[in-house]
Ligand binder design. Structure first.
Ligand code: SF4
Ligand code: SF4
Length: 434
């Protein structure tokens, strides 16, 4: 009789045992805050995972739904005094759910197969889809469809999803960034920049700004075409084997020994990219490379802070630009990068940084959570936008494609005059203006 591999039962038991049930994480958990139910809290979820590992509970649809109600925001990880590795538990729990097929349903399977297993596995496919959408938008068809009122004939859910359609950039990263960008002045470092999957289509301008800023810091920047997704979408949605495949591809494309740093400018991607060694722990051939890779991966703010942020020459506007900063969950809770983006913003002449209340509370984007759990995601977005408006800032900076998109869509739906921008773009603009 074959014994099925179980992610939770085969997990290092000490990780499951770490939770001492103190409850300090509860007030920081957005789902617990919304429902006040123990099962919607980190402590409750960990207890369920442990019960499965102990064979006291089967993997049920209720468990599956609970783990997909969790945002994976990792606020609980920051709050936890016992150092519980919730990120690892969360990914193994979702992998267990997918491998047992406990939530399998025809619609769900088709959507998952198309998006996660097909579209996001090959970047060329994503670029073809991006080209089609770009054409649809540039020819004015999207505007026409929206103005015609035809969307009102569709179910409410489809209308909501349509309003989240991102604007595709006029050029993808490999169209607007050379494969190798020389350092401005003396070359001090050689770095690679990961241009991402959705980021390449929707925020290739942020990639270009990242490369420009790095060049200002004496970096020769390598951005090869044909890059793959980092695999965080796959790992966070229980597709462990696909996430491993993408990790191997990235390691092959960016041999870590050839670079001083491998730069990510998206909080969600960076948090995943720094843990390839855990993902490839059972792969003897790749594990040594993955360990070297993990050390080389740096978030852009982290790297600039390490090498010393080059302040742009003062070219002061008549009035300071008031900017607030929303922390991407996986940048702050996943990577503990909190001070560096603020330090970067403070170096920009004429920029006044005002603190955002609950800056590290999830905005509801959480990967594809805003698509799968629209009610909870909508409530979190509403809460975030209220706080942003209370600051009086007309510009909100944030460093993750999902957060950028969530806030751009939220502001547009409510008719708010709000510029949503990556901190690195503000720095690149300051260099250009100077
Ligand atoms: S990851 Fe976020 S939503 Fe999930 S248990 Fe932790 S704090 Fe709550
Ligand atoms: S704070 Fe940590 S140890 Fe305490 S209940 Fe939450 S996860 Fe468990």
């Amino acid at each position: 009789m074959s014994i099925r591999h179980s992610h939770l039962k085969d997990l290092d038991y000490s990780i499951l045992q770490q939770c001492m049930h103190c409850g300090l994480c509860l007030p920081t958990c957005p789902t617990y805050d919304a429902t006040k139910l123990e099962r919607n809290s980190p402590r409750g979820r960990i207890a369920l995972m442990r019960a499965i590992a102990d064979d006291q509970l089967a993997v049920t649809p209720a468990f599956g739904e609970e783990m997909y109600f969790c945002l994976g925001c990792l606020a609980c990880q920051t709050a936890c005094p016992a150092g519980v590795n919730y990120a690892e538990l969360f990914e193994h729990a979702r992998a267990e759910i997918e491998e047992t097929r406990i939530l399998a349903a025809p619609n769900r399977s088709v959507i998952r197969w198309f998006a996660i297993k097909w579209l996001f596995m090959e970047h060329a496919r994503l670029q073809v889809a991006g080209l089609a959408l770009r054409l649809y938008q540039q020819l004015g068809l999207q505007k026409l469809v929206r103005q015609s009122g035809i969307l009102k004939l569709l179910p409410q859910r489809i209308q909501e999803l349509e309003s989240f359609t991102p604007t595709i950039q006029p050029g993808f990263s490999d169209e607007i960034i050379a494969p190798v960008t020389p350092a401005i002045g003396k070359r001090r470092y050689r770095v690679a920049v990961l241009t991402g999957c959705a980021q390449d289509l929707i925020f290739s301008d942020v990639n270009r700004d990242t490369v420009e800023v790095l060049a200002h810091h004496g970096c020769e920047v390598v951005t090869p075409p044909g890059q793959s997704c980092c695999g965080s979408l796959h790992a966070h949605n229980g597709e462990w084997t696909l996430a491993q495949k993408l990790a191997r591809r990235n390691i092959d494309l960016f041999p870590p020994e050839q670079f001083d740093a491998i730069i990510s400018n998206a909080g969600g991607c960076g948090s995943h990219l720094k843990h390839y060694a855990k993902l490839l722990a059972d792969d003897a051939a790749y594990l040594p490379h993955a360990r070297r890779w993990d050390v080389k991966v740096k978030d852009i703010h982290e790297w600039l802070f390490e090498v010393g942020i080059e302040p742009p020459p003062a070219n002061l506007p008549s009035r300071p630009t008031v900017v607030s900063y929303h922390e991407s969950c996986h940048l702050s809770h996943g990577q503990k990068i909190v001070l560096q983006p603020r330090a970067l913003l403070r170096t920009i002449p004429g920029l006044k940084l005002v603190e955002l209340p609950e800056a590290n509370w999830c905005c509801g984007s959480a990967g594809i959570y805003n698509l799968t759990q629209p009610e909870m995601a909508g409530a979190l977005l509403e809460r975030k936008l209220k706080h942003i408006q209370a600051t009086g800032a007309r510009t909100i900076a944030t460093a993750n494609a999902g957060c950028l998109l969530q806030l751009i869509s939220g502001a547009a739906q409510r008719g708010l005059k709000l510029r949503v921008v990556h901190p690195v773009t503000l720095l690149a603009e300051a260099y250009r203006n100077a």
